[in-house]
Design a protein around this ligand. Structure first.
Ligand SMILES: Nc1ncnc2c1ncn2[C@@H]1O[C@H](COP(=O)(O)OP(=O)(O)OP(=O)(O)O)[C@@H](O)[C@H]1O
Length: 425
């Protein structure tokens, strides 16, 4: 199989100085005051054409460093070689190359030139870039006057309109807010479907498992495990469960929030769909019920209580009906269980009003005593892109009669041996 990315002995180190003036002392005296830290230990990695590679690891593990090395915004230390065959679109620090004083148009040409496109190639792509960004009326303004949403739309459009062979994405599989978040997610998924090579990191293990062909787990700049997503992610989840500071989420919502986007949306023609809902969906109400109790904080009895969670949402009715997911979390962040309408093959009926409602029922609560919470997600029809999320939407305090220890009561029964059974008669 053709390798499009070949990393041979690639590493990245930084010189760290304890005190501000140590660097100056080093220059003056010629003595070394720095100590060397490895952001990435020597790594060998081959990625072949069309592979979707996910990177996981705790904060500071070296994920961004690896992505930047492949994107060539960092150079490996001496002795390492990073060979990348094909055109790269790196969605890292979007718009970082934009010049604030230059107009949108000028920045498109500047970025295109930096990416190695000829003037004619940029001319040919220009209209598509502007149409995708949806800011045709603002292209002659300096980008320093853009809202953060406009800025990120243009940067994303520029980075992805070049038909890359390799896509590098840091953290979020979509950028921006609302309709653009969905549009950018669809574009990234389109790259995946057209067999482009994708390298990305995410804190959503669920997304990783659904999308990746292979997963690389980095820890302190070293590869801890690599290979089959199911296998690596199970190990990684166990590792995270021992670390109370780590919390994974079912679906990562867009990283870059662009709530200041209303200036653009309002210029678009919308008939019955509220402007802020165009191309997206929102959770509107989440309420739990158990017996006579109803609300967002309930006290339940282990092994006895029945729990119903009612989830309401609104969506742009021109979209497919969203999917709903619920994660049951222990209060310290341990993910105990999850349920999604998508996985359970439940299709929420489509309504032209754009209103949706679904109940999730737990007939008998199997959680043992403790404090738990429910995180609720509203995802796209493929349950990959999160339109909205409500973390800790429901708080549950579970009490129990017996002294069984643990998190869940596993359904079980004791069975006497045949001999003991006869004796007991
Ligand atoms: N310019 C720098 N100077 C010194 N150390 C750096 C520099 N850039 C990164 N590092 C260090 O390199 C290590 C790896 O950083 P990196 O950003 O690659 O981690 P990460 O896995 O992407 O983390 P996160 O999930 O928080 O983004 C960290 O310990 C970080 O502090």
């Amino acid at each position: 199989m053709d390798n499009v990315i070949e990393l041979e002995n690639v590493s990245k180190t930084y010189r760290i100085y304890q005190r501000g003036w140590d660097q100056l002392k080093e220059i003056m005296t010629g003595r070394t005051y720095a100590h060397l830290t490895y952001a990435l230990h020597p790594l060998n990695l081959n990625i072949h054409h069309g592979q979707v590679v996910g990177l996981v690891g705790k904060n500071g593990a070296g994920k961004s460093t690896l992505l930047k090395l492949v994107a060539r915004t960092l150079t490996p230390d001496l002795g390492g070689h990073c060979r990348v065959h094909g055109r790269v679109a790196a969605l890292l620090e979007l718009g970082g190359g934009f010049h604030p004083e230059m107009t949108g148009r000028e920045n498109v040409y500047l970025s295109g030139a930096v990416m190695g496109l000829t003037l004619q190639q940029i001319d040919e792509l220009y209209d598509e870039i502007v149409a995708f960004a949806g800011i045709a009326d603002d292209m002659e303004r300096p980008v320093k006057t853009y809202s953060s949403g406009m800025f990120v739309r243009l940067a994303f459009a520029v980075a992805t309109c070049i038909e890359p062979d390799i896509l590098i994405v840091d953290e979020a599989l979509s950028v921006g807010d609302g309709a653009f978040a969905r549009k950018s997610f669809d574009r990234i998924m389109h790259f995946r479907e057209s067999a482009k090579t994708i390298l990305f990191c995410s804190h959503s293990l669920y997304q990783m498992e659904k999308i990746c062909d292979t997963v690389l787990w980095l820890d302190h700049g070293q590869v801890k495990a690599q290979g089959d997503p199911n296998h690596v992610l199970t190990e990684y989840a166990e590792f995270l469960n021992h670390d109370s500071n780590s919390r994974t989420s079912l679906l990562s919502p867009a990283k870059i929030n662009t709530s200041s986007d209303s200036d653009i949306e309002s210029t678009e023609e919308t008939l019955s769909i509220p402007t802020e809902l165009k191309g997206t969906a929102r959770l509107t109400q989440i309420v739990a019920h158990s017996g006579a109790q109803s609300g967002t904080a309930l006290q339940l009895h282990s092994g006895e209580s029945e729990l119903t969670v009612t989830i309401e949402f609104i969506y742009d009715p021109t979209l497919a009906t969203p999917t709903v997911g619920v994660a049951v979390m222990r209060r310290d962040g341990l993910l105990i269980a999850s349920a999604t309408t998508h996985n359970d093959d439940v299709l929420i009926p489509h309504h032209n009003t754009g209103k949706g409602k679904i109940n999730l029922l737990f007939p008998r609560l199997l959680l043992l005593k403790g404090n738990y919470q429910l995180d609720v997600y509203l995802g796209c029809e493929k349950a990959l892109h999160a339109y909205d999320q409500a973390l800790s939407a429901i708080q549950l305090e579970v009490v129990q009669h017996g002294v069984e220890q643990g998190i869940v009561a596993m359904p079980h029964r004791w069975q006497l041996t045949a001999q003991d059974h006869l004796l007991s008669l």
